[in-house]
Design a protein around this ligand. Structure first.
Ligand SMILES: Cc1cc2nc3c(=O)[nH]c(=O)nc-3n(C[C@H](O)[C@H](O)[C@H](O)COP(=O)(O)O)c2cc1C
Length: 210
């Protein structure tokens, strides 16, 4: 094994020790990596929103894209899912990410827009249409619909044939893009040397008791 490869493996497996000025840029670097690396622990955050009955609703989602300049995160969902109605009614939410490798938790307060048509949705659909998850967005029944009998797991994951017309697959897709503008980030670093926590906004970081 070459020296460079060993050095790369060591730096990948060890959390970076970073200075306070570097916290915000490094968070965005990690978010961007998570959107393209399915093994990154920040790939699947928990999205917490306000339910129509006023209670907290939380679920795991996949981070699909990050726009660092706009400080914006993108997720995909079924436009008929309950969370879409909830997020339209109360368009603010919280996203919680934890990485054991980094020893970092972030809690991002976000403002939400649901995109149901247009170029962003078209390009999102183009990116999933040939993956197994495309089937999730072609179901004729909305997510959460009651089934008459227990569901049976398919023997092989559904993969769509791109040459097959979509109307034969149950009609047009139901994919919507959840667009989350980050308003602030509560960053927590766990460390034996002492935990650190900061509230990160567009102003200077505000250091907090962990
Ligand atoms: C690892 C994982 C990733 C998921 N990713 C998504 C996702 O990207 N979008 C989505 O709508 N649901 C995703 N789900 C399913 C949601 O967690 C949730 O069960 C579903 O969307 C229904 O949520 P709702 O009733 O609040 O609308 C994921 C679940 C898991 C376990």
């Amino acid at each position: 094994m070459t020296f460079r490869l060993v050095a790369l493996l060591i730096t990948r497996s060890m959390p970076e020790v970073i200075g306070s000025d570097e916290v915000t840029p490094q968070i965005w670097v990690q978010l961007q990596r998570a959107s393209v690396d399915r093994h990154h622990e920040w790939r699947t955050p928990v999205l917490a929103s306000v339910g129509l009955d006023g209670t907290v609703q939380a679920r795991t989602v996949v981070l699909r894209r990050v726009d660092i300049e706009a400080q914006r995160l993108f997720f995909y969902t079924d436009r008929r899912s309950p969370k879409v109605l909830e997020l339209k009614a109360t368009p603010v939410a919280s996203l919680v990410f934890w990485s054991r490798r980094l020893s970092w938790q972030i809690r991002a307060r976000v403002s939400i827009r649901i995109l149901e048509a247009g170029p962003v949705v078209d390009s999102a659909w183009a990116s999933v249409v040939q993956s197994p998850s495309a089937a999730d967005y072609l179901s004729s029944s909305p997510p959460g619909s009651v089934l008459p009998a227990p569901a049976v797991a398919p023997e092989t994951p559904a993969v769509l044939d791109a040459s097959q017309p979509l109307d034969l697959l149950g009609g047009p897709h139901q994919l919507a893009v959840v667009c989350a503008d980050v308003l602030s980030i509560d960053w927590l670093e766990l460390s034996r040397a002492g935990h650190r926590r900061a509230l990160l906004t567009n102003e200077v970081p505000q250091w907090l008791v962990p």
